[in-house]
Design a protein around this ligand. Structure first.
Ligand code: FAD
Length: 392
């Protein structure tokens, strides 16, 4: 019983509400979000939705679900403060008292201090994506700032629609934070093969009325510039309330903050990596959903289980589906398998498996990495790094 307030009605906030009911929570659930409409999923915004424009398929559940599960959705409402003493969140002149508060505020676009940045467009919300679709109605010269997942997914769609596309990435390889140099190189070839111009090691110095200027003076003509240079966690609410914030809202192995009445999850939360104990913040549907389930089990059933899910991620670019099981560091070693899968190792320990259009290996990796003992190079090398023989 009691009242649980969730701030942020995105992937994780929605899942927390749904999982609380699934676990049998009988009290009040208030889900507050600053966007309009029903909670929706973001991944299609840079993929199918850009092509089809069909928005209702994005909704995580229809309106009837919220009624049937007695979840009070308060949308178009921005929470401005957390009053920890009074145990309430504040939005304008409204106060929402809580017995437990879940912070699920996600991220926003990182805005590097580049002159002319106000001329760029974002791709974070459904409203952003709808605007982008309008831009894509006629032939365009498009510049994309950032060669990460979102920039590249967008570039692939825009190029397939026949637009002229340039991607400028400050790092020396694509998706450098999250994949191996081998996979970066393959995606570079694929995008260039589609006719996309990809510039690496080139920070953007300025966005002008006619395009973008790079640090070395190169000017790329563009009538639309997409900003996709990474994100920042929405952690100001938590910081202002005196909670610990370090690249996100800091939580323990059970997604609890130092205040026993406040949890945090998803893109805005920094939690101990189950394998290494190092603080990590993940930007993935998987993390948001699994965090929400962990919190619901703790709040309803009193579960003390630590969060231990194997991270996984995907990105669709043209007809390539990249899948990553596990979590690597950019400096991890790579072992390239004959069929193209890349296994990443931190010393002897398998940290991640990267595959392209190979769902089978991806699922094998997720299953095996969930086991108690880490997978080692010593164990895998004699199998030619084939995971199949280890599946029981
Ligand atoms: P969000 O879903 O971002 O929800 C946070 C919500 O809180 C937002 O609606 C925000 O407006 C709201 N909010 C913030 N502050 C306040 C406040 N003060 N008051 C009220 N509301 C507030 N992940 C994948 O795993 N695979 C993919 O292929 C993939 N593709 C993506 C493509 C795009 C274009 C984008 C933008 C993201 C993609 N992601 C993908 C990432 C994934 O969508 C996020 O990891 C996930 O949505 C995180 O869930 P969350 O609940 O933490 O945050």
């Amino acid at each position: 019983s009691g009242r649980i307030v969730i701030v942020g009605a995105g992937q994780g906030g929605f899942q927390a509400a749904a999982s609380l009911r699934q676990e049998g929570f009988r009290g009040e659930i208030v889900l507050i979000g600053d966007e309009t409409g029903l909670p929706y999923q973001r991944p299609p915004l840079s993929k199918a939705y850009l092509k089809t424009g069909v928005a209702d398929e994005l909704e995580l559940r229809p309106a009837a679900f919220f009624e049937a599960h007695d979840i009070t959705l308060v949308n178009a409402t921005r929470v401005e403060a957390i009053d920890r003493e009074g145990k309430a969140v504040v939005a304008g002149d409204r106060r929402f008292p809580y017995d437990h508060l879940i912070i699920a505020t996600g991220t926003r676009n990182l805005r590097p201090p580049i002159p002319g940045l106000e001329r760029t467009v974002d791709l974070r919300t459904l409203a952003d994506a709808a605007r982008l679709r309008d831009h894509l109605a006629g032939p365009r010269r498009i510049a994309v700032i950032g060669g990460g997942f979102i920039g590249l997914e967008f570039a692939a769609v825009a190029r397939a629609l026949g637009h002229t596309v340039t991607v400028a990435e400050a790092a020396t390889r694509l998706m450098a934070r999250v994949v191996s140099p081998e996979v970066s190189a393959r995606f570079l070839d694929m995008h260039r093969g589609m006719g996309t111009e990809v510039l690496l090691g080139q920070p953007v110095a300025e966005v002008t009325e006619t395009g973008i200027a790079l640090a070395d003076g190169t000017v790329i003509a563009a009538d639309m510039v997409l900003l996709a240079a990474g994100v920042r966690p929405n952690a100001e609410l938590a910081a202002a309330a005196g909670l610990t914030v370090a690249n996100g809202v800091v939580v323990d192995t059970q997604l609890a903050t130092a205040d026993p009445d406040i949890s945090a999850l998803g893109d805005c939360a920094v939690f101990p990596d189950p394998r290494t104990g190092r603080p990590v913040r993940l930007e993935s549907v998987q993390a948001a959903v699994d965090h929400a389930r962990t919190i619901a089990k703790r709040l309803v059933k009193g579960s003390t289980d630590a969060y231990a899910a194997v991270p996984w991620f995907w990105s669709d670019q043209a007809d390539w589906k990249l899948q990553i099981a596990g979590l690597s560091s950019p400096e991890d070693d790579s072992v390239l398998r004959g069929d193209g899968a890349v296994l990443r190792f931190d010393g002897d320990v398998l940290t991640a498996v990267e595959t392209i259009n190979d769902g089978r290996t991806h699922m094998q990796a997720r299953r095996l990495m969930a086991g108690d003992a880490p997978l080692t190079r010593d164990a895998l090398a004699p199998l030619d790094y084939d995971l199949g023989p280890l599946m029981k």
